[in-house]
Ligand binder design. Structure first.
Ligand SMILES: *[C@@H]1O[C@H](CO)[C@@H](O)[C@H](O)[C@H]1NC(C)=O
Ligand SMILES: *[C@@H]1O[C@H](CO)[C@@H](O)[C@H](O)[C@H]1NC(C)=O
Ligand SMILES: *[C@@H]1O[C@H](CO)[C@@H](O)[C@H](O)[C@H]1NC(C)=O
Length: 584
């Protein structure tokens, strides 16, 4: 070995030992070693780490004591001092000789997690395999838990944590979002709570209900909480007794992701008000609540009369032309959702961003005047308030007397649905059995097809909820194509690679199963026209979805003058822009 090689190896070893002093342990002892910025605790299973990490913009880059999963230090799922950032490396966590556990640092008051009232002499704090950091009195007979991090969640919900209330102590368990992607301060806009009366999950924005999951159904699912992505087996627990009222979830073992070895899930309440799986990014709820839409559990935003039921925020790229200058609000305790709320309540406001030059992504800039979208998507993105307009065009090879506004259209669909059904029943001799078959579908069966009528054929496939969830990445915001009057439309990819557009009919459309069936038949009937093709449907509990063929890479013109039955538009300053498409 050459001397230079030896030197390099020596330096490498030196680096290894100095750079990460792992306190080769998962436990702190009373009066024993303390934890500082160069030491971490690691759970026995190696998945969780307790230590100091630096967060935030390069500007602030403050130090926090946190617990993270799988070396992901950028957003620990638990933070000990989210309201008291440490400016330097001086943080130290220890259990002192008298049994008090506290975090001390230079230039600030210590954060005390537990102060011993007794003469306990053998207190330990262990990072357990669940990710819970637990303080115990080893000498008490029952190893009594004195304090645990799971009782003080930040913005992430882990298996075994509770949401709800402890009636004895009055302690409530709830989550609070970060203020922005960079600022963990406990003044985020959103909280995630368990409503013990309604037995449902609730997201609130500044104490106002923003989203609800719908009641827990036989401990397995919530109407508006889209969990069953097929890769994890969740169990929900709702316990209500004299001492406690809480919700909890677990993930059963032997569950594997395509990547390998995960049987674990963390639900993060993101700063934008959505709940998503931390590892996969799958959105479970709350991501569509952007104004007056009520699909997916959203509550309408309160606002002035100028905001109609068809107004909502959309993220759009483009630019503003205005004689009214934009307005900055430097208040660093405003999250983007607060900004949207302020804009919503101001009839003049057209769009909003976080204050552009603010490294923490807090504060607001409000825009007025007129907005011109940039179809290339390369311009700056703004949250703009759009008004949805719905049009139906007659299919006459492009020219098009295609202006029928929504009311006319709704009437048209209902009448045509009925007429179509009657006509269909007579002409195609559709038997009652077929209807009943569709209405009582076992929607886990992916292969069931309606009878082919032998002529143009409508081969409608009944898709299982799991297939649709997997195809649309659990209706993730990224997959959303747009919002139709009766519900949002999502893009998806079937296992066979076919691209689809899935339209979720919102409950508020008031459509029953029979109307849904009528609509299906009507559309299937219309297939011979130059229309976007309906592939089938999916019925899951109260939720009904239409599955269309997706037509990729179509220009605006194609959508307007081409093949789609019902493009939907949003309206800014009197001009129409294509938004997506769907039935209604
Ligand atoms: C952390 O503690 C270890 C052992 O007590 C010590 O060697 C190290 O210098 C400390 N690091 C800091 C940054 O204080
Ligand atoms: C503290 O508790 C541990 C575990 O129960 C035990 O092994 C140890 O002897 C105890 N130490 C003292 C000083 O009581
Ligand atoms: C899911 O978990 C439940 C109980 O935890 C178990 O009975 C069931 O068999 C599991 N399902 C799968 C597909 O593993």
């Amino acid at each position: 070995m050459s001397p230079s090689m030896a030197r390099r190896i020596y330096r490498f070893l030196l680096f290894c030992f100095c750079a990460s002093h792992v306190l080769a342990a998962d436990t702190l002892y009373q009066g024993g070693d303390s934890l500082n910025s160069s030491i971490t605790l690691v759970s026995k299973n190696g998945l969780f780490t307790l230590g100091f990490t630096r967060l935030g913009s390069a500007e602030s880059n403050a130090s926090y004591l946190g617990i993270w999963y799988n070396n992901d230090t950028s957003h620990p799922f638990w933070l000990a001092n989210r309201g008291k950032p440490i400016a330097d490396n001086s943080g130290v966590l220890a259990i002192d000789g008298s049994g008090n556990m506290k975090l001390t640092y230079s230039g600030g008051h210590p954060v005390e997690f537990y102060s011993s009232q007794s003469s306990a002499s053998n207190i330990t704090a262990s990072l357990e395999d669940s990710g819970n950091f637990v303080l115990k009195d080893e000498n008490s007979g029952s190893q009594q838990v004195l304090w645990q991090s799971f009782d003080f969640p930040t913005d992430t919900f882990l298996p075994g944590m509770k949401l709800g209330i402890n009636h004895r102590t009055g302690h409530t368990w709830s989550l609070m979002s970060w203020l922005s992607d960079l600022v963990p301060t406990p003044a985020g806009a959103f909280t995630f709570e368990w409503d013990t009366n309604g037995t449902e999950l609730v997201i609130k924005r500044r104490d106002v209900i923003y989203w609800t999951s719908g009641p827990l159904r036989s401990n397995t699912s919530f109407e508006n909480f889209f969990l069953n992505a097929g890769d994890l087996n969740f169990s929900f627990i709702n316990d209500s007794n004299a001492d406690e009222d809480y919700f909890m979830f677990t993930v059963s073992a032997n569950q594997f992701t395509p990547q390998g070895q995960r049987n674990f899930s963390m639900w993060q309440l993101r700063y934008d008000g959505s709940i998503a799986d931390r590892s996969t990014g799958r959105v479970y709820g709350g991501s569509t609540c952007k104004g007056n839409n009520t699909d997916g559990g959203c509550e309408r935003w309160s606002g002035p009369a100028c905001r109609s039921n068809r107004n909502s925020f959309e993220l759009r790229s483009g630019s503003f032309v205005s004689t009214v200058p934009r307005k900055d609000d430097y208040n660093s305790s405003l999250s983007i959702s607060d900004c949207m709320d302020i804009c919503w309540k101001d009839c003049q406001c057209v769009g909003v961003t976080t204050r552009g030059n603010n490294a923490n992504n807090t504060g607001c800039t409000f825009y007025y005047g007129s907005f011109t979208p940039d179809p290339s998507g390369r311009s700056v993105q703004y949250h703009i308030i759009v008004q949805e307009e719905l049009f139906l065009r007659h299919d006459t090879a492009g020219k098009g007397n295609w202006v029928l506004i929504v009311l006319a259209f709704v009437g048209f669909v209902s009448m045509m649905g009925l007429a179509g059904l009657l006509w269909y029943l007579r002409r195609r001799r559709l038997r009652e059995k077929d209807l009943i078959e569709l209405l009582t579908l076992d929607s886990t069966n992916d292969t069931l097809e309606l009878e082919n009528d032998g002529n143009r054929g409508h081969n409608l496939t009944i898709y299982s909820a799991a297939t649709i969830m997997a195809a649309t990445n659990s209706f993730s915001a990224d997959n959303k194509l747009g919002q139709g009057g009766f519900g949002p439309v999502y893009k998806g990819i079937l296992p066979d690679g076919r691209e689809i557009a899935v339209k979720r009919l919102s409950r508020s459309s008031g459509q029953g199963l029979v109307e849904f069936k009528n609509e299906l038949i009507l559309i299937a009937k219309l297939q011979h026209m130059n229309l976007v093709r309906l592939l089938g449907c999916c019925i899951q509990g109260e939720e009904k979805m239409l599955v269309y063929e997706y037509m990729p890479n179509k220009s605006l013109d194609t959508f307007i003058f081409g093949k789609l039955i019902m493009p939907s538009y949003y309206k800014v300053n009197g001009s129409l822009f294509l938004k997506g498409f769907g039935l209604g």
